[in-house]
Design a protein around this ligand. Structure first.
Ligand code: GDP
Length: 295
């Protein structure tokens, strides 16, 4: 499931996208609304070579709406056009062709001026594994086209998929690698399920998740697991382990001698988090002061 990205894979992925750039008018850069920075490829500007671009914050149904608004402002401020969608249900995905046309309006106006009949806008969806590229393609196409899952390096015959009458998409998305340089990024991606447990230990991911949640979303954590005492200092590892044990006890994750099975508790916490059962959560804010804090 998880891709191991080696320098050779990165070079190939980059080349594959750059080959497709010649065919398209606009790149649709898909990010995870819960971790817009961590889910962003570090070389995306370089890879897209100045192609017009629409930024799409996907999985916004799982993200904190206040934080999503901040991210939209942030990307707009950076000079991008940005839309937040939920590809699974299709919420706002119809804005994608509309915004794409807006971005390309000068090019389209020139074609009309020259007496040409403007053809459909051609787009390519790019993003890291699991960000929802295939789900979005299928949703925009209105039928099942792209197989969900990761197949880097697999090329099949490319086809244009019609999105209404005014847009066409390449059926194979561009797969980008995530950032790796920073451990925090790895844990944030793991919390969202973008990196599987084979790479990072489930207890460690859950520890990290509980620490983040205790810091920013304590009310959600408290309510879900009926916890009573907020940690005095979420930076204190022992307090976080105590919360994990409390959650384990509440969920009956016990081993012999009344000890809490932390691995089992960790699995429950991560499943709940990824399924949105701990509420709508965003793990990073565009500005350092993390104004998404709830408490
Ligand atoms: P890809 O690897 O980028 O093609 O990602 P997929 O399309 O295979 O999606 C990865 C997982 O995310 C799948 O389980 C999808 O059902 C889920 N997913 C995709 N988009 C959304 C969304 O907007 N909201 C939610 N809740 N889940 C989504």
């Amino acid at each position: 499931m998880a891709i191991q990205w080696f320098p050779g894979h990165m070079t190939r992925a980059k080349r594959q996208i750059q080959d497709k750039l010649k065919l398209i008018d606009i790149a649709i850069e898909l990010l995870d609304a819960r971790v817009p920075l961590s889910s962003r490829n570090p070389m995306v500007d370089d890879i897209l070579q100045g192609k017009p671009r629409l930024i799409v914050l996907n999985k916004s149904d799982l993200a904190d709406p206040r934080a999503t608004e901040q991210w939209m402002n942030y990307f707009t401020h950076e000079g991008h056009t940005c839309v937040a969608v939920d590809s699974q249900t299709g919420t706002r995905v119809q804005e994608i062709p509309v915004k794409a046309k807006e971005i390309l309006h000068e090019k389209i106006a020139r074609q009309i001026q020259k007496g040409m009949n403007p053809r459909a806008v051609r787009g390519l969806i790019v993003g890291i594994p699991n960000v929802g590229k295939s789900t979005l393609i299928n949703r925009l196409a209105g039928r099942n086209i792209a197989a969900t899952g990761d197949k880097p390096g697999v090329t099949k015959g490319q086809q244009w998929i019609k999105v209404g009458t005014e847009m066409e998409l390449l059926d194979t998305p561009g797969i980008l690698w995530p950032k790796f340089e920073d451990q925090l990024v790895g844990y944030r991606l793991a919390m969202t399920g973008a990196i599987r447990e084979q790479i990072l230990n489930v207890d460690d991911i859950a520890f990290f998740a509980v620490r983040e949640l205790a810091t920013r979303y304590w009310p959600s954590l408290k309510e879900r697991y009926e916890l009573d005492k907020a940690p005095a200092d979420p930076e204190d590892s022992e307090e976080i382990v105590r919360i994990m044990e409390d959650i384990g006890r509440r969920r009956g994750c016990l081993m012999g001698g009344g000890r809490v099975d932390l691995e089992k508790a960790s699995g429950i916490i991560l499943r709940d988090l990824r399924a949105g059962k701990l509420g709508r959560i965003t793990l990073e804010a565009p500005y350092d002061d993390m104004p998404v804090r709830q408490v």
